[in-house]
Design a binder for this molecule. Sequence first.
Ligand code: SAH
Length: 457
Amino acid sequence: MQKNDTAVVTIEDIGVNGEGIGKVDGYTLFIKDAVIGDTVEAKVMKAKKNYGYAKLLKVIDPSPARVRPACPIARQCGGCQIQEMDYEKQLWFKEEKIKNNLERIGGFDRDLIESVTEEICGMESPYRYRNKAQFPIGRNKEGHIIAGFYAGRTHHIIAQDDCMLGVQVNKEILEIIVRYMEECQVEPYDEEKHNGLVRHVLIRYGFITKEIMVCLVINGERVPNAEVLTERLGRILGMTSITLSVNKEKTNVIMGKEIKSLWGQDYITDYIGDVQYRISPLSFYQVNPVQTEVLYNLALSYAGLSGGETVWDLYCGIGTISLFLAKKAKMVYGVEIIPQAIEDARDNARRNGIENAKFFVGKAEEVLPREYEKNQVYADVIVVDPPRKGCDESLLDTMLRMQPKRIVYVSCDSATLARDLKILCEGGYEIVKVRGVDQFPHTVHVETVALLIRNAV
Ligand code: SAH
């Protein structure tokens, strides 16, 4: 096939990015927005020797798994990838993705994988689950100020102030900000010219406390007529924190490093289970609070604590998992690379009166080997929750030398999880349980928790 050719294709598989995969006379086509089971007409946009990428032109015969997306801009927006797939099918896809990675990358036997995998934890209501949203601000073709989302892989803003994954109050907040900007002649930021003021609006919402945070990211030090804005936003029920984040760099990084208070306090609080956390504009905090509780409870049950254990929580962020486990353990040690996150972790421990948690700033692959060599630290259980790139091999080596009874691996990328589990299993551990948790419905991402136990020798 060649560029601009069109073809009728039946979709037989799903790619890792959620795209439909089908074949035309043995030639494989990857088609965004096509759902497994669809027969579609598609146009080839990029042709390689044995495969190509095609654009969906028309759904000729829809799959039983095809649904009308809840969001009108689901296809253009870069946020969701699989909103047109029935939620049950999405969960099946995510579970298969985990199993396939364990088989292909981890080299585990399919029967073993099937026997250890527990059913993926999906959401009962897979919309409006995000507690955080970041909207870029710009102008549309007619010159009106808009808030919205970037079209997939571009910096073109599509107006949309009511994302179906976000909370309802986002829309009210954005309308107030846009109206204030129009009335007070506040310019949105222009990325190309690097002028204008308002770049992004960050909104965070405490699902349990109902506290709201608004942070305007600006290319400047202050906003004009700030009192007009704070007076209007302050009337919204639950408004707790209004701040500015100064970001004058020419960069894709959204937040600036400096936070200035405008109204109220400069943080909100929320709960996961019965642990209270303080959340600042710059803190990392899990975005799906309902599923985070499911995830942490799963990690807790896999850790199998009875009160006397020493636990290491590596890549601990603001100490969320550490504090969740501390109530059931003798002692928890958290390790995290970002110093401010550790400050938050210590503050969160104090807030909850938790005294059996201690935190270290540094790289997990440096802190753990150092503490093990120098101070012979011990672990009954090691929990890891690394970023997408997974654990450093030297860290896995130290874990193997420390010989904890259990390792609980929380992963946001099952490919690197599979790679790391292979190393741990070659070093004397056995996979006992694996379970997916759908933290991000309608996207291709999935969290996985795995429990490893040391082989009896
Ligand atoms: N467990 C936390 C955070 C997980 S995200 C939670 O559930 O909220 C992964 C964390 O690992 C981030 O906070 C990141 O800053 C941290 N990190 C990244 N590389 C690291 C390293 N080499 N050593 C320690 N922490 C690291």
